[in-house]
Design a protein around this ligand. Structure first.
Ligand code: ZN
Ligand code: ZN
Length: 152
């Protein structure tokens, strides 16, 4: 991956939580996993990878809950907006990603893949030519996760 992370800002719907980060806007991906479906109430969530160590909350803090064996999700405790996914291990910041529409300018983002398409809902059709990865492909996907890059 050669994409350079760019500065982004964003926050929740009510404005109590605000963040800034350096994100890989063109490495976003539709995630069709069950946890993303359930936690967002939508057929898929679009995650935007952030550079490890770059996410900083400038107003408020999200509340986190454990959402799977490996991950935790952060949301605004006041309005419920879903904001961030990260590994449970606080030392592991590789893989942290933001919900695309928590960004102030989500129109600048560009998803480049679909993940966990084995749980994609049959009526949710996206007419694009992006790669479609099943859950068993996920380790390779995580291997190539751009957030793993170190800051140049
Ligand atoms: Zn809020
Ligand atoms: Zn997911």
């Amino acid at each position: 991956m050669t994409e350079k992370p760019v500065k982004v800002t964003g926050g929740c719907l009510c404005g109590e939580v605000r963040f800034e980060a350096r994100a890989f806007l063109h490495s976003g991906y539709y995630c069709h996993c069950k946890q993303c479906q359930k936690s967002s109430g939508a057929p898929a969530e679009i995650g935007i990878p952030v550079l490890a160590g770059s996410l900083r909350f400038i107003k408020g803090e999200p509340k986190y809950y454990l959402s799977s064996e490996i991950g935790q999700r952060g949301f605004c405790a006041d309005c419920g907006s879903r904001l961030v996914w990260r590994f449970r291990d606080p030392e592991n910041d590789n893989g942290t990603n933001l919900s695309v529409c928590s960004l102030d300018n989500p129109e600048d983002a560009k998803p480049n893949a679909h993940t966990f398409v084995d749980s994609q809902l049959p009526w949710y059709n996206l007419a694009d030519e992006l790669p479609r990865l099943r859950s068993e492909d996920d380790s390779d996907f995580l291997e190539s996760f751009p957030g793993k890059q170190t800051d140049p």
